[in-house]
Design a protein around this ligand. Structure first.
Ligand code: RRO
Length: 315
């Protein structure tokens, strides 16, 4: 049977699967369920300094068509506030699995305040700074503003003084891959890069009612699921190639062992599950792990290192 164990920044993990931030991780009961689940690691909901209610409902809808499976959301960063997730992080059992803590401050100052507190807390939680929330009305994504991204990385690096990571939006242009990677590579403390957040500001319409699926922002929201897999794989591989010193976490379109395998092949070290976890709950982890192990067995791969990042291209 294939060996699914892996390492993330020298931490040993039972397997490479975890939740995508925002899914099953907003309140303590969900975080506890993830801690008890088969996932190898877990991340908490992106938080702001103060609690937020987020956008009006309906703000998440699954798209479960004959051939397509996906989701659209405009949650608007509903969360219990930084102090709540910090309290969870202080009592989390890090022997059981690593915990990432995602922050998504509404301003640079808010991000720096949270970074300061996390540093002072001296706990082994891994900091991920979300540069890509697409759903706060009036706020553009930092990941699409390269000057703002550079400033934020400089400030977080000097404030935190420990390795951390960033959650990036999807990019769609080779010049943008180059520029984003060049900025990330200026900051050695940026140890990991999570690709991708949802594809922002999509519009899904129900033909029968001629109405948008979700209410906020006139129906515009972040896309997940099948629609985003090729974009996610492209971003994982683009940053894997361009940022050899950094570890890549893949996110987008994972619903079975097949997509998890593809993310690993493209260069991801960990693989996150979003839409499918939302729909299936934490029982999805043992299923996807079994499927991944079966694919590895079929192919004769004994460990993840046998194929991770070894995507072939056509000569
Ligand atoms: O809460 C959200 O609306 C949200 C966030 Br913070 C994010 O990073 N990605 C997303 O699809 N939704």
């Amino acid at each position: 049977m294939a060996d699914l164990t892996t390492q993330f920044l020298e931490l040993p993990l039972k397997n490479p699967l975890m939740n995508a931030s925002g899914v099953w991780c907003s309140v303590a009961s969900q975080l506890e369920a993830l801690a008890e689940s088969a996932a190898g690691a877990m991340v908490s909901k992106s938080c702001t300094l103060q609690p937020r209610d987020g956008n009006p409902e309906p703000r998440y809808r699954v798209i479960n068509g004959e051939r397509t499976f996906g989701s659209i959301n405009s949650m608007g960063l509903p969360n219990e506030g930084f102090a709540y997730y910090l309290r969870y992080a202080q009592r989390h059992d890090y022997e059981q699995k690593p915990l990432f803590m995602s922050i998504s401050g509404l301003t640079l100052d808010d991000n720096l305040t949270m970074v300061d507190s996390l540093k002072d807390a001296v706990i082994p939680a891994l900091l991920e700074v979300n540069l890509s929330c697409p759903n706060v009305p009036g706020k553009s994504q930092i990941g699409y503003d390269f000057d703002a991204m550079d400033t934020l990385l400089a400030e977080v690096s000097s404030g935190y003084q420990r390795p951390f990571g960033v959650k990036l939006p999807p990019y769609f242009d080779m010049a943008h891959f180059d520029e984003a990677a060049e900025i990330l590579n200026r900051y050695p403390l940026v140890a990991f890069v999570t690709c991708i957040n949802s594809i922002g500001n999509a519009l899904v319409i129900d033909i029968d009612s001629e109405t948008t699926l979700i209410k906020p922002k006139d129906g515009f929201g972040g896309l997940g699921g099948d629609y985003v897999l090729p974009t996610a794989l492209a971003n994982v591989n683009a940053f894997y190639r361009r940022c050899p010193e950094k570890t890549i976490i893949g996110c987008g379109g994972v619903k079975s062992g097949t997509e998890a395998f593809l993310h690993l092949l493209a260069g991801a070290t960990l693989v996150q599950i979003g839409t499918s976890l939302y729909e299936e709950g934490p029982g999805i982890f043992p299923r996807v792990l079994d499927e991944l192990a079966a694919i590895m067995d079929d192919k004769g791969y004994k460990t993840i290192a046998d194929f991770r990042g070894k995507l072939k291209t056509i000569a």
